[in-house]
Design a protein around this ligand. Structure first.
Ligand code: CUA
Length: 314
């Protein structure tokens, strides 16, 4: 691979935002620095030894006003900068239409990615330009971090939990993917390529990939082999939450707290079922944490997500 073909040019929508915010904060800092430097020099000259300047205290009123003034101004400036960065780097509130959901599993020391149709890649990720991509990521062992400098994006990837990254690539090309969290002796070699292609090239590339099972159908197989359906199928007589249409709903937990039945909640429940039980159900489910590895958990969640409510109950 030719390193010259890589670029760190802004290649995603939020890269532009991040760079602009960074430049603005740099400019603000520079302005404040120059102001202080100017005052320092001016006062050094004005109040140097031997000059006839007023050296007594300022009037009481003015002292207080200056103090309140600059404290308030800097506090608001800091809050504004904080809000601005959070707004620029956080997850968007809702998914764009035709969003592409890609599953990522990190392990010592490689990146495994899986396209919605089941096509898998190692240390590579192909995405079409201009389409919003959602990465749902988990780790099979230790903490890793998914870092694409050209997208100005970095997100930790944790075992037993899923984290997400949303971005829209704006430029075709090949970009570096790094692991940005020290994860063992081969950490520095845990890198890959993010390839942004035109929609047409991407469709062609995808069609050429060997077809494997989709994540949801893999999950369906695991669901059957673990015997989850014995309690959780819609026809089961056991008092357990039914899973059709369960994903994404708001559940009330024993104790009254509310939570969303999202990937994080479902994953946590499979591993540690006795915690945060849905109100009205006894904590009788055994843990499947020892049976299901992180990739299995992702597949199970994908399957549960795919279970829609039967027509008549909608
Ligand atoms: Cu994975 Cu560093």
């Amino acid at each position: 691979m030719n390193p010259a073909r890589y670029t760190i040019a802004e290649a995603s929508k939020n890269a532009v935002q991040v760079d602009f915010a960074f430049a603005t904060v740099l400019a603000i800092s520079l302005a404040i620095f120059l102001l202080l430097l100017g005052l320092l020099v001016a006062f050094a000259i004005r109040y140097r030894r031997g000059t006839r300047a007023w050296r007594g205290p300022l009037p009481k009123l003015l002292q207080r006003e200056i103090e309140i003034g600059w404290t308030t101004a800097t506090v608001f400036l800091a809050i504004f900068i904080f809000w601005w960065f959070v707004a620029g780097t956080g997850l968007p509130p809702r998914a764009a239409p035709h969003q592409l959901e890609i599953h990522v599993v990190a392990k010592q020391w490689m990146w495994k990615t899986q396209q919605p149709n089941g096509a898998r890649e190692i240390d590579a990720l192909h995405v079409p330009v201009g389409r919003q991509v959602r990465l749902v990521m988990t780790s099979q062992d230790v903490i890793h971090s998914f870092y694409v400098p050209a997208f100005r994006l970095k997100q930790d990837v944790l075992p037993v939990r899923s984290t997400e990254l949303v971005f829209t690539p704006t430029r075709t090309g090949k970009y570096h993917l790094f692991c940005a969290e020290y994860c063992g002796t081969q950490h520095s070699r845990m890198r890959g390529d993010v390839v942004v292609m035109s929609e047409h090239d991407y469709t062609r590339w995808l069609a050429m990939q060997p077809h494997s099972e989709t994540l949801a159908s893999e999950g369906e197989r695991l669901f059957a082999s673990f015997g989850c359906g014995a309690c959780h199928s819609d026809t089961s007589q056991v008092r357990a939450p039914k899973l059709s249409g369960f994903y994404g709903t708001t559940v009330i937990l024993a104790g009254g707290k509310r939570t969303t039945a999202d990937a994080a909640y479902i994953t946590a429940k499979i591993v540690n079922p006795r915690a945060e039980t849905v109100a009205g159900f006894a904590p009788i489910m055994p843990s499947y944490g020892a049976l299901a590895d992180p990739a299995d958990l992702e597949a199970l969640v994908a399957y549960i997500k795919s279970l829609k409510k039967p027509e008549k109950e909608r």
